[in-house]
Design a protein around this ligand. Structure first.
Ligand SMILES: *Cc1c(COP(=O)(O)O)cnc(C)c1O
Length: 367
């Protein structure tokens, strides 16, 4: 294990000066959270309907559960309304609008660019290499004085591959700002998580979510695992009651059912492998990208047409053809066994037509 080259105090200059100076907003519930008999401090409605009280602003019970699952100290957890809010808080904490930039490596998740643009933060793109791993030298050459964040995604969306640990260590050692690793899909391949690197690298922030493997996209609960000093700063930046009480309760309830989680995850992995092998067998598919997540991307000979044909079968996939390195690529989420059977049937029929005539739906493939 490499020795840490940075300590947290040497990183605080990366935080925007106005945020460093910010006094935390003291909500009624954060100022007084001892037991009392009568709460007349938060202008809540006294008549009980299950949700008349404000939620715990620091989501302590939920964090305890998550800390147990992830075997990490509870002080490292910051929770947001989906990891989209977590990423927004991270960008707003470090990046001065109109001045600072982030680096992202397309093809990747589209929200990073949206969040940066909304906050008037510059975006420098350093494309992934042909094998979809980060271009370390390109990133380090691109980073300037005002480049606060590097956002990497592992497993990456839409390519499905993870980033080698050594590559992330190399970046943590040499990138002058904060390295954010978005692990939204990590519960499908927990061995690949870089969370353990937090012990040595305070310049690392790992984001995860309950939306994917945990099946709670509708609750909107995402998390950052980071140095406790950074977590405290994020808590000052976020809106005080950013996760509703029903979402917190439901997450705790669903997290308790480890068996269902394991069973569903296994089913998704099994269907993913079947889908990968099936796509590889199709004449109209040029290349399938091996995935460690719950989707498979493949390069078709004519993605736009396959996309439209699938819609005619009532099946919608994601057309990623316009992303760099993803020409003619469709990203297919792994569904249930039955859904996957229907998908395979539809694709088989198209492929038959393709094999016979090099075309379907009247249009010739451009080979
Ligand atoms: C789906 C996804 C997210 C969004 O997660 P939420 O917690 O639902 O906001 C974040 N990052 C990546 C790469 C994703 O694909």
């Amino acid at each position: 294990m490499t020795k840490p080259t940075k300590d947290i105090s040497s990183l605080l200059h990366l935080v925007r000066p106005n945020i460093r100076r910010l006094e935390a907003y003291r909500s009624a519930r954060s100022e007084f959270d001892l037991p009392a008999e009568i709460f007349l401090d938060a202008n809540e409605n006294p008549f009980d309907n299950g949700v008349n009280r404000y939620p715990d602003p620091l989501q302590r019970k939920l964090k305890e559960v998550l800390a147990g699952y992830k075997n990490q100290p509870v002080e490292r957890f910051f929770l947001g309304n989906g990891s989209d809010e977590v990423l927004d808080v991270i960008v707003r904490t470090f990046c001065e609008p109109g001045k600072d930039q982030i680096i992202i490596s397309p093809p990747t998740y589209g929200m990073y660019g949206v969040i940066a643009s909304v906050n008037d933060v510059g975006i420098k793109e350093v494309q992934l290499r042909e094998d979809f791993t980060p271009d370390v030298n390109g990133i380090l050459e691109t980073a300037g004085d005002r480049t606060k964040l590097l956002i990497l995604t592992s497993p990456n969306n839409p390519t499905g591959n993870t980033i080698p640990r050594e590559t992330i260590i190399q970046l943590l050692e040499n990138f002058p700002g904060i390295v954010v690793v978005d692990e939204a899909y990590i519960d499908f391949c927990p061995d690949k998580s870089v969370v353990s690197l937090l012990d040595n690298y305070p310049n690392l922030i790992v984001t995860q979510t309950l939306s994917k493997a945990w099946g709670m996209a509708g609750l909107r609960i995402g998390m950052a695992l980071a140095h406790p000093v950074l977590v405290e700063i994020f808590n000052k930046v976020k809106p005080p009651y950013n996760i509703g009480s029903l979402a917190q309760e439901k997450a705790i309830e669903l997290l308790a059912d480890r068996q269902r989680f394991a069973k569903n995850r296994e089913a998704i992995r099994r269907e993913r492998e079947k889908l990968t092998a099936f796509l590889q067998s199709l004449g109209m598919v040029e290349e399938v990208f091996p995935s460690e997540a719950n989707f498979v991307s493949a390069r078709f000979r004519n993605a736009d047409e396959v996309y439209r044909e699938l819609l005619n079968h009532g099946i919608v996939v994601r057309n990623r053809s316009r992303q760099p390195l993803c020409r003619n690529c469709l990203r297919i989420t792994v569904g249930t066994e039955k859904e996957m059977r229907r998908l395979r049937n539809a694709l088989s029929r198209m492929d038959e037509k393709f094999k016979k005539s090099g075309k379907f739906s009247g249009k010739t493939f451009d080979l």
